[in-house]
Design a protein around this ligand. Structure first.
Ligand SMILES: *Cc1c(COP(=O)(O)O)cnc(C)c1O
Length: 372
């Protein structure tokens, strides 16, 4: 497969995940049951938090269910940075609400709260800061703005599981935090996600609505039963997590410290090795705290560097095409900073199985490019 191509990102699956899946298959209870409860408990224990954890089918469904549980819908607006995965936008528009594209800080690529403030209207219900490249420097300002205007905060922390801010793990404080466990995120459950919050009412709604709105079905499923005589009061979705997925995630949490050390050292090595190249600018991210899902650099010669790396069998990425440039999310707002940054960003290979030799090769090729 792929010859010598260096992958941008990939899952890392050991014998332990295979064993765990095999055990679930042997039990022949594949849907949502005990394994999901155990995974939720394990997340809570890893984070050492009282926040309640609800596991769902993806990061996107975590975001969608959170807003749906807040009754965000038609006529409402949600502030969100344009520079994010289209999942953030689709989750907002799935509720009927309109995503309002905001600018980013050019150094961190995190939401620019001054710009967000200008875009608040009487219809604004929530703000969705995105933990870009797993970092969330600037989150305190988001909460200050939200307090001032009575907005709910839905953190798109899809990339930030295992990251810290001010020495506190992401997911241990805040209003609503959504993680993703898709195949290439910091940990994976195959596909999956989670909603964390201290808001009991919201958590109850999210628990019910992941199972088609069937009231209190979660408790039954966790003990191996299901509801036959039930009521439904709200729109629900088929967004629960399966036992198979949960069993993979539970093993990955045990491997997270190892993942963290490796990904942080990859980021630090890129910085150390490339810091003398004037034409490369790094993001303002502290890799002692942040567990990087992606490693992003900025350079004016992005397109030619990208071509050069690809021609040398090195995969690279552009995270992301700004959403306000997509037909569905066109806007009258001008987002100058976002569009400029979009022309400069390049994502370099960063994943647990990237070998030292492979990273050396990537670094060599980048040096070679800028020497020429
Ligand atoms: C991955 C990701 C999502 C979506 O998560 P899925 O589990 O893939 O649905 C949302 N937002 C951001 C910023 C992401 O990186």
């Amino acid at each position: 497969m792929n010859g010598n191509k260096i992958r941008l990102s990939k899952s890392s699956i050991s014998q332990k995940e295979k064993q765990a899946v095999s055990e679930v298959l042997t039990k022949e209870f594949l849907g949502m049951g005990e394994e999901v409860m155990l995974f939720e408990n394990k997340i809570q224990k890893y984070l050492q938090t009282d926040m309640q954890v609800v596991c769902v089918s993806s990061g996107t469904s975590a975001l969608h269910l959170s807003m749906s549980a807040l009754d965000i819908g038609y006529g409402d607006e949600v502030l969100v940075p344009s520079l994010t995965y289209v999942a953030s936008y689709q989750a907002i528009s799935a509720t009927g609400a309109v995503p309002i594209s905001c600018e980013i800080n050019p150094d961190t690529l995190f939401l620019d709260t001054d710009d967000a403030r200008k875009k608040i209207t009487k219809n604004t219900k929530a703000i969705m800061p995105v933990h870009y490249a797993s970092s969330s420097k600037g989150m305190d300002e988001v909460y200050m703005l939200a307090d001032e205007f009575g907005l709910r905060v839905i953190e798109d922390a899809a990339q930030a599981f295992g990251s810290e801010r001010n020495s506190e793990k992401i997911g241990t404080k805040g209003d609503i935090i959504c993680f993703s466990f898709d195949g290439i995120k910091n940990i994976t459950s195959g596909e999956g996600g989670a909603v964390l919050s201290n808001d009991d009412k919201l958590i109850q709604r999210v628990q019910d609505s992941r199972l088609l709105g069937v009231e209190k079905d979660t408790e039954k499923r966790f003990s191996g039963y299901r509801s036959w005589d039930f009521d439904v009061k709200y729109q629900g979705y088929r967004y629960h997590m399966s036992n198979i997925m949960a069993s993979i995630g539970a093993v990955q949490i045990d491997r997270l410290e190892e993942f963290k050390i490796k990904r942080q050292s990859i980021a630090k090595k890129y910085i150390n090795s490339l810091k003398n190249i004037d034409e490369i600018v790094f993001l303002d991210i502290d890799f002692d705290e942040v567990l990087p899902h992606i490693f992003v650099i900025k350079t004016q010669r992005r397109d030619s560097l990208r071509k050069y790396l690809i021609s040398n069998d090195i995969e690279c990425g552009v995270h992301y095409k700004p959403n306000h440039l997509l037909t569905k999310y066109k806007t009258d707002f001008v987002l100058e900073t976002t569009e400029k940054i979009y022309s400069e960003i390049l994502t370099l290979p960063c994943h647990f199985d990237l070998s030292a030799d492979e990273q050396d090769y990537v670094i060599d090729k980048i040096e070679e490019f800028f020497r020429a």
